[in-house]
Design a protein around this ligand. Structure first.
Ligand SMILES: NC(=O)c1ccc[n+]([C@@H]2O[C@H](COP(=O)([O-])OP(=O)(O)OC[C@H]3O[C@@H](n4cnc5c(N)ncnc54)[C@H](OP(=O)(O)O)[C@@H]3O)[C@@H](O)[C@H]2O)c1
Length: 402
């Protein structure tokens, strides 16, 4: 076998959400391969100092702050640092750097619904899109996948579970084949409260919820992991990415976080992807696919992993997982309603305005309100998102912590 290295023309990468946890992992991987990747644009919301540091280090062509005032501050910092990066501001600019003709790859790592429009801009422009921003796909489902199909965009999952499933599927001529798949098995660590007495869940704090036993992540996804809503969102994500029915998606608690997910075939074979819990693995896989490249993650020491265990999720304790399945079964705009209510409830919890256990109550009440119309266009989804947020905020105000 030849060991000669392959020469690559560097690909231009736009990193949406560069100042976050996925952003940091992505930049770490990109920095290991300057011959293969060039940073075209970095974006953030308000973390000006952090984005300024990244611009000085990676010299992107563009830096975008979603917030206008933050952009002025970034310009000042970059002038002081003699950095030639052009600073842009606002949501339109996020879309512009995602669809720019010179961009090859877009890493969609903005958290929440705020990432929908720029992610969609990249999809519609036919880019290679590495999707971490699961909320964008959960909200739009069929609309998103139709756009992928029409534009010919290469969509790669960054969520470690979906990336594991992608890696465990049979491939012919670079096409992922679903024939012969009985189920996909999504693994979940179970979060920090797996064994906590249910009464104690009433008083857990945001900081307790954000200490994840396996992964180090942004605060919103950490709370989603603690409620298991993250797994509910991932069930919906799997349905669209792999065109499987809700009955074909099973969630399994696997506290060690070594088996990242599995595919169960009709002949009884189960193919899994294993590795240390390190987001640089799916990021490097998706960037280099169909090749492989170094990610910076350490090799898995199987002998050091004393056991691999699997359990059924406790849906009484964590109703958000069931809500995820219910939203998928209901279809139409319900996943967008679930997502909007969850984003509002998690923000209120992180602000100390809502109890941990009330997050599920707010989501259930918002979904149960009735009258949610089908949303068949992006604009209709965004209208539903706005209405669901209004309703969820009202539900939150009724349950406000005193
Ligand atoms: N972290 C993980 O290991 C992991 C794993 C799988 C999937 N994901 C998914 O990846 C996404 C990012 O997660 P994360 O943990 O990296 O989140 P994070 O650490 O909170 O980072 C979020 C990023 O989005 C930006 N952002 C927030 N609100 C924005 C807005 N309104 N407009 C524009 N940009 C905005 C933030 O900018 P500022 O810094 O300026 O606020 C930051 O760059 C989420 O959808 C999450 O579910 C994450």
């Amino acid at each position: 076998m030849s060991t000669a290295s392959v020469a690559h023309t560097p690909q231009n990468v736009t990193l949406l959400g560069a100042t976050g946890s996925i952003g940091a992992n992505t930049l770490d991987v990109l920095a290991r391969h300057p011959d293969r990747y060039s940073v075209f644009a970095l974006t953030a919301h308000r973390a000006t100092a952090r984005l300024a540091d990244l611009c000085l280090r990676y010299s992107p062509r563009y830096a975008v702050m979603a917030d206008q005032d933050a952009a002025k501050e970034l310009k000042r910092l970059l002038r002081e640092g003699h950095c030639s990066t052009t600073v842009l501001a606002g949501h339109q600019a996020l879309c512009d750097v995602a669809r720019d003709a010179e961009v090859d790859v877009v890493l969609a790592a903005i958290v929440g619904a705020a990432g929908l429009k720029p992610t969609m801009a990249a999809v519609l422009a036919g880019k290679k899109v590495l999707l971490a921003n699961k909320e964008a796909l959960v909200m739009t489902g069929q609309i998103f996948m139709d756009a992928v199909e029409t534009s010919g965009c290469c969509l790669m999952p960054i969520d470690s579970e979906h990336n594991a499933i992608f890696q465990s599927l049979y491939r012919s001529d670079q096409r992922v084949e679903m024939a012969g798949v009985r189920r996909v098995l999504l693994t979940a660590s179970g979060g920090p409260f797996r064994h906590m007495p249910v009464e104690r869940l009433e008083t857990v704090t945001p900081d307790e919820a954000c200490i994840h036993p396996v992964w180090s992540m942004g605060r919103k996804i950490s709370v989603d992991s603690a409620t298991l809503m993250n797994k509910g969102l991932e069930v919906i994500e799997a349905r669209w990415l792999f065109n499987v029915s809700p009955e074909q998606i099973e969630v399994v608690i696997h506290p060690q976080g070594i088996v990242h997910s599995m595919v169960d075939y009709v002949d009884g074979s189960v193919i899994a992807q294993l590795g240390n819990p390190d987001m640089r693995i799916p990021i490097a896989h998706a960037l280099a696919w169909p090749e492989r490249m170094v990610s910076g993650a350490s090799a898995l020491d199987l002998l050091g992993v004393s056991s691999l265990s699997f359990e059924r999720p406790d849906v009484e304790r964590f109703p958000c997982l069931t809500l995820g399945y219910q939203a998928l079964e209901a279809g139409n705009a319900m996943p967008a309603v679930l997502n909007a209510a969850n984003e509002e409830a998690v923000a209120a919890f992180l602000d100390g305005k809502l109890g941990f256990r009330r997050i599920a109550d707010v989501v259930a009440a918002t979904m149960g309100r009735g009258g949610w119309q089908p949303a068949e266009t992006l604009e209709a989804v965004l209208e539903t998102d706005a209405r669901a947020r209004d309703f969820a905020r009202w539900e939150i105000s009724k349950r406000k912590k005193v």
